[in-house]
Design a protein around this ligand. Structure first.
Ligand SMILES: NC(=O)c1ccc[n+]([C@@H]2O[C@H](COP(=O)([O-])OP(=O)(O)OC[C@H]3O[C@@H](n4cnc5c(N)ncnc54)[C@H](O)[C@@H]3O)[C@@H](O)[C@H]2O)c1
Length: 256
C-alpha cells in the first residue's frame, strides 16, 4: 500500500493501459480519478473498483479541451484536497500513409496526444506544489523514438511528448515534481484490437521483440507505478521503454 492517502488522476483510464494503471494505483492504496471522454465507460470502471473495495471517481473530460482539463483538476482538488499523481495516458491514433493523413487527423492527434499532457500539467502542477511533491507520468510510445509506417501524426505526437517530458522535468527542477515518460510497444488493448484479431499478423509482431509475445496492460501499469512511487525519486525526465526489448531489436536489425 505504498500509495495510501495519495490522490491520482489517470486520463483515458476507462479501458486498456489506462484501466490497468488505475487498477494498479488503487491496489497500492491510491484514490484515483478517471478522466475520460467516455463517461459511461469511466463510470463502469469506477463501479468495478468500488465493488473491489477501492476508491475511485469519474470525470468527463476531453483532455484536449482546456476548460475540461481545468474542471478535472479543480473537481479533484475540491473533492480530495490534494493531487499527488497525474498519468497522461489518453491517446489516439489514425493509421494512414503520409499523403492520405488528413490535416484534421494530424491536428486531432497532436491535440490529444501532445497538447493535452501540456494542459494537464499546467492545471495539476499548482495543486501538486501545494502538497510539496508530485509525480507525473506521460504515456508516450516507441513510435516516439522510431519512425513507424503510416503513423506520421502519431509518431510526431509521441516524439513531441518525449521532448515535452524532458523540458517540463527541467522546468520543475528543485520543486520535487517528477516528470517522466513510459514508451510501450505492442500492448493488447482496444486500440490494437484490429491487429490482435489478425492471428497471422499478431504472431509475426509478437516475434519482433526479445520476449517473443505481446505485452499486457498490467506490465505497463507496473512500470508506471514505479515512476509514481518514492522508489523513483532520483529519476526525472527519463523515458522507460516497456516493449519486450523491441527497441533493442531494432538496433540489432540495423546492425545486420
Ligand atoms: N496499446 C499499445 O500497444 C500502445 C503502445 C504504445 C503506446 N500506447 C499509448 O498508451 C495510451 C493508452 O493506449 P491504449 O492502447 O490503452 O488505448 P485505448 O484506445 O485502448 O484507450 C484509450 C482511452 O483513452 C480515452 N480517450 C481517447 N481520447 C480521449 C480524450 N480526448 N480525452 C479523454 N480521454 C480520451 C478513451 O476513451 C479510452 O478510455 C495511449 O496514449 C497510447 O498512445 C499504447
Amino acid at each position: 500500500m505504498e500509495l495510501k492517502n495519495k490522490v491520482a488522476i489517470v486520463t483515458g483510464g476507462s479501458v486498456g493501459i489506462g484501466r490497468a494503471i488505475v487498477g494498479k494505483l488503487v491496489s497500492e492504496g491510491a484514490t484515483v480519478v478517471i478522466a475520460d471522454i467516455n463517461l459511461e465507460s469511466a463510470n463502469l470502471a469506477v463501479s468495478e473498483i468500488l465493488k473491489g473495495g477501492g476508491n475511485a471517481f469519474a470525470v468527463k473530460a476531453d483532455v484536449s479541451n482546456s476548460s475540461d482539463v481545468a474542471n478535472m483538476a479543480d473537481q479533484t482538488f475540491a473533492k480530495y484536497s490534494r493531487i499527488d499523481i497525474l498519468v497522461n495516458n489518453a491517446g489516439i491514433r489514425f493509421i494512414n500513409p503520409l499523403l492520405e493523413q488528413t490535416e484534421e487527423e494530424w491536428r486531432r492527434t497532436l491535440d490529444v496526444n501532445l497538447t493535452a499532457p501540456f494542459l494537464c500539467c499546467k492545471a495539476v502542477i499548482p495543486y501538486m506544489l501545494k502538497n510539496g511533491k508530485g509525480k507525473i507520468v506521460n504515456i508516450s510510445s516507441v513510435a516516439g523514438l522510431f519512425g513507424r509506417p503510416e503513423r506520421v501524426a502519431y509518431c510526431a505526437s509521441k516524439g513531441g511528448e518525449i521532448a515535452f517530458t524532458k523540458a517540463a522535468a527541467l522546468d520543475m527542477r528543485g520543486k520535487n515534481i517528477y516528470i517522466n515518460a513510459v514508451a510501450p510497444a505492442l500492448i493488447d488493448t482496444p486500440l490494437n484490437s484490429g491487429f490482435a484479431a489478425d492471428n497471422e499478423l499478431a504472431a509475426v509482431w509478437g516475434k519482433e521483440n526479445n520476449v517473443g509475445r505481446w505485452g499486457k496492460p498490467s506490465e505497463v501499469a507496473d512500470a508506471v507505478f514505479f515512476l509514481c512511487s518514492n522508489s523513483s525519486d532520483f529519476i526525472s525526465g527519463t523515458v522507460l521503454t516497456v516493449d519486450g526489448g523491441w527497441t533493442s531489436a531494432m538496433v540489432r536489425a540495423t546492425e545486420g
